[in-house]
Write a protein that binds this ligand. Structure first.
Ligand code: SF4
Length: 364
């Protein structure tokens, strides 16, 4: 194994002891903290990826109420799972969760087994998820690495690199491996993440309140504000879109996205980006043409603003009365005419749900 810089300068024994003591006293009470149920831990870990703890808590409780066991999730309908996930974003996680649950049940498992090699064959079980679940549920001595713990490790070892780069990540995995204890690995992993969330935060590391300050090389060198290396945020790009809310005899047209790509299998009001110099009305008519229908386009009734990664999208929404034509699903997986009151049953992305609420508020 290649040598790990700075490792020799840090004794893991007191680091583990101090961190675990701090965690016992300071850990937030979270709904997934008091369980060793590997299924519940799995759900929490998947939800927590790229998502804040405060956002996840109510989703976690609702999800477990609806699907209290692996079998319940495996036998659920995919659309129901997506609907329950709605608002959490990164819907691929929900689809992988559901697909893995089905595979696990097909393979005769009642819960998540203590078998890293097998888990690695299932959708969504990368190294992080596998290790997080198995260390917490079965006390397997496996390290984890995610944004919070990566930042703590960079500072602890004064690694002034970009933690998103592959070479740095490999190095960080090795450092995490060097620290994880043989017992209480799950608590230790959670403690690393908790320290990153509460004390060793991205822009305000509170070293005076940190249990690791006497071991931390960044702090000892007074470089905690310059480590890890900051990466320039990508340029923000503005996008103009138009959405059509097509009405026909009290029903509204929605379409289902294909089963690959962003928001796969979710439903939405048809929408697309404006072309250069195109008016919203012209873009709306072009959208209708693509759907194979004609309609009377009234004025815009709402503008929904939202962000997707570095794109700032303004979606102008047009009210359209269907005139003639049968909908061609085209690139979409499906199309349906639904009563406004039934929209709640369909999984929609967050901006589309806002549009649906606006439509209901209009009393259509
Ligand atoms: S001493 Fe400061 S920089 Fe080091 S781990 Fe603690 S909070 Fe982070």
């Amino acid at each position: 194994m290649a040598s790990i810089p700075h490792l020799h300068s840090l004794d893991p024994v007191p680091v583990r002891r101090r961190l675990l003591t701090w965690f016992r006293r300071n850990a937030r009470a979270l709904p997934w903290r008091d369980t060793r149920d590997s299924y519940a831990i799995w759900i929490s870990e998947v939800m927590l990826q790229q998502t804040q703890v405060v956002t996840v808590s109510p989703y976690f409780e609702r999800f477990l109420q609806r699907f209290p066991s692996l079998a319940h999730l495996a036998h659920a309908d995919e659309q129901t799972v997506l609907r329950l996930w709605e608002g959490l974003g990164y819907y691929r996680r929900a689809r992988d969760l559901w697909r893995s649950a089905r595979q696990l049940v097909r393979d005769n498992h009642a819960t998540i087994p203590d078998d890293p090699a097998y888990l690695g064959t299932l959708p969504g079980f990368g190294r992080y998820t596998t290790n997080a679940v198995l260390s917490q549920a079965y006390d397997r001595s496996l390290p984890i690495l995610e944004a919070n713990s990566a930042r703590v490790l960079c500072r602890l070892f004064a690694l002034a690199e970009n933690p998103k780069e592959a070479a740095t990540r490999n190095q960080l995995w090795r450092l995490a491996e060097s620290l994880v204890p043989t017992r209480l690995a799950g608590a230790f992993n959670q403690a690393m993440m908790e320290l990153g969330a509460l004390v060793c935060t991205p822009t305000g590391p509170n070293c005076s309140a940190c249990p690791l300050s006497r071991h931390c090389l960044a702090h000892l060198q007074d470089r905690q504000h310059e480590i890890p290396m900051r990466v320039k945020s990508p340029r923000i790009i503005a996008i103009e879109e138009v959405a059509v809310v097509v009405r026909k005899r009290g029903k509204l047209l929605i379409v289902q996205r294909p089963d690959q790509g962003r928001w796969a299998k979710m439903w939405e009001f048809p929408h697309h980006a404006l072309e250069d110099g195109e008016s919203t009305k012209a873009a709306g008519l072009r959208l209708l043409q693509g759907l194979g229908i004609e309609g009377d386009v009234a004025d815009e009734f709402a503008a929904i603003r939202h962000s997707v990664t570095r794109f700032r999208i303004t979606m102008t929404c047009l009210d359209v009365a269907h005139r003639r034509g049968v909908v061609r699903a085209g690139l979409h997986a499906n199309a349906a005419w639904v009563r406004p009151a039934d929209l709640h049953a369909y999984p929609l992305s967050a901006p589309q749900r806002r549009l649906a609420k606006r439509v209901l508020a209009e009393g259509w």
